[in-house]
Design a protein around this ligand. Structure first.
Ligand code: AP5
Length: 208
């Protein structure tokens, strides 16, 4: 399959959880703007420090910053045959910029209602050593790594509500934008992690 895939959905939909399966099936590298921004925050770069204020408030980082990050990332050799975008684009201007620099062949949208999102986000835990994603109830981590798990600073109930607001105002309209281009494939994300994985796998196979 040539071209890039966009993994789309609200915060906490399960994009990061399911990305590995798509990477495995397609061989395309995962390009997560959230992960890139968190790496910049950790490195303490001026861009990272500026982005942190937006992220902690649950707001989108300005388009110019995100488009700059993506342009730079797409120069890498492993991006030549297309990538899996996770959490990008998130606004119509981002999608319009992307159109000029890469070919998107499909958009897999994981659909989850708002009332399921808050529990998922507040209970999320991350393994800082491997990047693996867990959940206190839905995907408990093995007991031997419990001590090193961390919680993202933006995974509070208050911030998730702001993130959902930003999603509905700025990101959700992209579903129609991509649907009008015949690229959107929807997956019901309001199922168990395993079931969503099966649906995502079926969607990828159908696209290839
Ligand atoms: P980002 O890191 O992209 O966060 P997000 O889109 O809000 O997505 P999440 O990482 O929160 O959720 P996910 O869908 O990956 O869910 P996960 O698999 O972890 O962005 C963070 C911030 O960076 C943004 O708020 C913004 O400030 C900035 N940013 C990033 N990209 C940007 C852009 N393009 N433009 C502007 N700003 C940008 O799952 C969540 C939890 O649920 C886990 O605990 C998991 O175990 C559990 N779970 C997963 N699937 C299921 C299931 N089926 N059932 C039960 N539990 C499940």
């Amino acid at each position: 399959m040539t071209g890039s895939i966009v993994l789309f959905g609200p915060p906490g939909a399960g994009k990061g959880t399911q990305a590995g399966k798509i990477v495995e099936l397609t061989g395309k590298p995962q390009v997560s703007t959230g992960d890139m921004l968190r790496a910049a925050v950790k490195a303490g770069s001026p861009m990272g420090l500026a982005a942190k204020e937006y992220m902690d408030a649950g707001l989108l980082v300005p388009d110019k910053v995100i488009i700059g990050l993506i342009k730079e990332r797409l120069q890498h050799d492993d991006a030549k045959k297309g990538v899996l975008f996770d959490g990008f684009p998130r606004t119509i201007p981002q999608a319009e910029s992307l159109e000029k620099i890469a070919e998107v062949t499909s958009v897999i949208s994981i659909e989850v209602p708002d009332d399921a999102i808050v529990d998922r986000i507040v209970g999320r835990r991350m393994d800082p050593e491997t990047g693996d994603i867990y959940h206190v109830s839905f995907k408990p981590a093995p007991s031997e790594i419990q001590d090193r798990l961390i919680q993202r600073p933006d995974d509070t109930e208050e911030t998730v509500r702001a993130r959902l607001e930003a999603y509905h105002a700025q990101t959700a309209p992209l579903a129609d934008w991509y649907s009008d281009k015949g690229l959107l494939v929807s997956v019901d994300g309001n199922n168990s992690i395993e079931k969503v994985g099966d649906l995502v796998e079926a969607a990828v196979i159908q696209l290839s």
